[in-house]
Design a protein around this ligand. Sequence first.
Ligand code: EPS
Length: 384
Amino acid sequence: MLRYWTAGESHGPALVALVDGFPAGLAVDADAINAELQRRQGGHGRGGRQRIETDTVTFLSGLWRGVTLGSPLALEVINRDAKLERLDDVERPRPGHADLAGSIKHLGSVRAVLERASARETAARVAAGALARQLLAVFGIEVAGWVRELGGLVLGGPEDSLLGRSAADLREIRDSSAVYSLKPDRDPEVTSFIDKVGKEGDTLGGIVEVQITGLPIGLGTHAQWDRKLDGRIAQAVMAVQAIKGVEIGMGFETARRRGSEVHDAIAYVAGDRDTPTLGFSRPTNNAGGLEAGMTNGQPLVVKAAMKPISTLRKPLGSVNLRTKESEEAAYERSDVCAVSACSVIIENVVAFEVAAALVDKFGGDSIEEMQARWRLYHDLARQK
Ligand code: EPS
C-alpha cells in the first residue's frame, strides 16, 4: 500500500512528507521534484512569501545512492521564513479560513490552527506527488495540469482534451503562460485582471484541470467503496486547501444530458492490441477515464474548483475572540490569486493516487517485479 502523510507548520522549521510503501529500485530525479516545487511557488498573483522561499527537497531516508530502498521515504522542504516562535496570536478570525472552527475545536489559539491549515503545507504534498509521478513515468503514464478558469475568465474548453495528444505538448504550452493556462495569448488580460483585483484588496479563485495518459485498463476497483479510484481521487483533491468542488470527466454536466449523450461508445482496433488499452478505444471520453471506480484506458480527466484565498487585505466582518466585539477580520501577508499554484498541487496529488492504485494492482516491493507483473497482466488480458 502506497500512502503518505505530511507534517509541518507554515512558519516552523520545515515541512515533511513521509511516503510509505514506495517500491525499491527507482533512481530518483530530485531536480524534477524541485522543478515542481518551483512551479508551485509561481504563477501571477502570488504573495511576498514566495520571494523568501526557494523550495527544494532533501531526502532524509529511503534512498541509497539516489535509488529507492523500499523503506519509508522522508522528504523535507525547509522553511526559510521560519519565525513561528516570534509570531503573535490572531484575535480576529478570517472568514473562510480554519481560524474560528479550529481554535474553538482545540480550545486553543488561532495561530496554533492557521499555521497548519495554511496552504504552505501543499509544498510537502507536491514533493510526494512529484516523486510518485516518477514511478508512473516508468510505465509510460504521463501527467499534465493547467488552469482552465480564473476569476470567471474561461481559459480552456473541450479542445484541451488529451485524447490523441501528448501530455508533453500541453505542458509546453502551459509552461509558456504566466498563469499556467493553455491560452498564453490571453495572459495580458488575465494578469492585469489579477493586479486590478489585488489593488482592490480582494482575491480570486478558479478551476484547474489535470489529465493523465498511458493508463492501463483496471486500476482501482468496482468491488469496495473505499478502494474505488474515483473516490480516492475525489478525497485527495477535495482535501487540498480552498477546494470546493471536484469533477471527473463531464462531471455535473452529465446530469443535464441523456444517457446516449453521456456514455462513451466502445470500439476495437486489432492493430492496437499491444498498447496498454489492448486495442479497445472510445471515440469520446465523457467518463474521464474512469468507469465504476476503475481506469478504462482513456485519459483520466479531473477538474477542481478553488475558492478565492480567504485572507483579504480589505477584510470582511469578524468578531474579536477576546472581547466578542464586532471587528474586521485579521490580515496577514497572503496571495491575491493562487490558482496557478493550485494546478500544480492538484496535478501532483492526483498523480500520487494513481501511483497508489498502480502499486495496489502490480505490487509494491520493487519496480522490477511491478514491470514483470504489468507484462503478465497484459499478456493474460490479451489472451481473453
Ligand atoms: C503559502 C505560504 C503562505 C501564504 C499562503 C500559501 O505564506 P505566508 O503566510 O508566510 O505569507 O502565502 O497561505 C495561504 C494562502 C493561507 O491562507 O494560509 C504557500 O507557500 O503556498
